[in-house]
Each structure stands twice: as C-alpha cells, then as structure tokens.
Design a protein. Structure first.
Length: 150
C-alpha cells in the first residue's frame, strides 16, 4: 500500500481486470462508498492486465497492486491464464488475486483454486447485493487480512 506523503493514511492499490463497463462502474462505486481508502486501476482484458503488472507501456509508472480483482471471462487471454502467469512470476505471486466473476461453474471454481486464486466470488446479479459483496471484500482484504509487504 502506498503512504500519502506526510500522512500515515494508507491507500490500497487495487487492480480491477474487468471487460464489462457496467460491472467495472459498479465495482468502482462500491469501493468508493466503502470506508476503505483505495485507488482503483482498471484494465479491460488479460493483455492489459499483464502489461500493467509488468509495467509495460503505457503502464510504466503504475504502482504495484495490493490486490487484484480478476474476472475469468475476458477477451483474448482468459482470467485463468492471467492468474497462471501472475502465480508463476516470483515478483507477482504474493499479490492476492480475487476471482470476481459471473460464473458459478464447479469447473471454474476448482480451476481457479487449483491455480492458487486467493478466493472466488460469484458476482451477485442485483445491485444492492453486488455493492455489499464488493464492500465486504474490500474490508476483509484491507481491514482484517495482513498482506505481504511489497
């Protein structure tokens, strides 16, 4: 987490990998309405996620995320492939990856955990439930869990 200059308040750096503009907006609003001080970075597909994490153009100056919210159903490189690449890279492997997807398939759930996802959240369909799930997930990862140092 970044520390704001001369201020002990910590900002949670969150990378959201989401191709749905609606789900991205809902996630952004839920996080902004939470008590969590965060900076949300949005990429829309697996290629952009990998470029962001490896700080390739146009992401050279981005911070390392404290948490990754990853959709499975992405155009191009799938969420599972992104997860595999993250967990195979020693410089990224300790970043918690939360699968945030519409899929409730047993195969997807088992596949995500087999590739070392930190947790798996199926997106609720209604707005209030979706907002509550995002709020609780943020509180869990940044108020309860001790994350590894960067």
């Amino acid at each position: 987490m970044a520390i704001i200059e001369n201020n002990p308040i910590r900002v949670a750096e969150i990378l959201l990998v989401e191709d749905s503009p609606t789900d991205a907006l809902l996630t952004k609003e839920a996080l902004s309405n939470s008590k969590l001080l965060n900076r949300l970075h949005l990429v829309k597909d697996g290629n952009q996620a990998l470029a962001f994490l490896s700080r390739q153009a146009p992401y050279e100056a981005v911070p390392r995320p404290d948490l990754i919210l990853l959709d499975l159903n992405l155009p191009g490189i799938s969420g599972i492939e992104v997860l595999q690449k993250i967990k195979a890279d020693p410089s990224l492997s300790l970043i918690p990856v939360v699968i945030l997807t519409t899929s409730t398939s047993d195969q997807d759930i088992i596949g995500a955990y087999s590739e070392h996802a930190s947790c798996y959240i199926s997106k609720p369909v209604d707005l209030a439930s979706f907002t509550e799930v995002i709020r609780r997930a943020g509180e869990f990862w940044f108020a309860i869990v001790t994350l590894p140092p960067q």
